[in-house]
Write a protein of this length. Sequence first.
Length: 322
Amino acid sequence: MTTPTRQPQIVRYGELRPCKTAFIDAHTPGSDQKENFTIIGGGVSESPDQHVHITERIGFNIGAAGQPPKCRNSLHSHRTAEVFFVLSGRWRFFWGRWGTAGEVVLQEGDIINIPTGIFRGFENIGTDYGMIMAILGGDDAGGGVIWAPQVIEDARAHGLMLGANGKLYDSKKGQTLPDGVAPMPLLTDAELATFPEPTTADVIPNHVARYWDLMALADRQPVQVIGAQGRLRDRPGFEVSLVTRGSASDTPHSHDRASVLMPMRGHWRLVWPGGEDVLNPGDTCLVPADLSHAAVPSMTGEASLYRIIATDDPPGATGRLL
């Protein structure tokens, strides 16, 4: 484990380094233009080309996905939480064995806590390049990605092979599976039958929160979005809160563990002993544990940020309080 620094670490939106070969569907038509970003922690990328901006282990991972219009992320599943909020664009999230069990469209600022153990995918249905920011439960993000069988088969037809070791091999680069490494086995029908197929009516009330509803609730104090007392009641190993202009405080405070600040709207003046900086929409800031700090909007207008803090709950299945 790396030794944490004693001042905030900021990854600027404009300095994010994308990986275009992060996952098995990187050559599959319709998914071959997506960009993956690993901001804090190891993430779940299957590619050695993935750049990790901050390697500290803080109990959860922060990442992002950027996609042009009509580009989709293929059906996959996770064993720990996968939470997204929409930074820019308009996105359709869909789920189920074939992606037809249910769906929801999210606008900028909306957040979804996708149930673990279901196949899920998402696509940019807006008119411009869009970005969604991700929170993945656990330091190892649940041990990786579980792909729907058709995703693995489609990828193989377009030159990408996934080994049983979780690594990608690209035949377009002359790569083959190394000796002793078998292909990633496809899930059997019996295994596939264990993956839930919740309906839209099952998912939206308990797993989706709309930005403007949260903004109204955070008019005087931050609103807990995901957590034991959250609008989305869950204990995935971290808590997510929304802080707004009306609920921000210039009184310095600290947390007994690292926290992450992710501005959604506005410019935020971050102050700590011996320093200060400004956080902008799309930036990601890791604040060390026990560091006294305050974040307040530095300009007039709409201002909001998501704050994430790990809890003592082990990462695991979502919906443990539902």
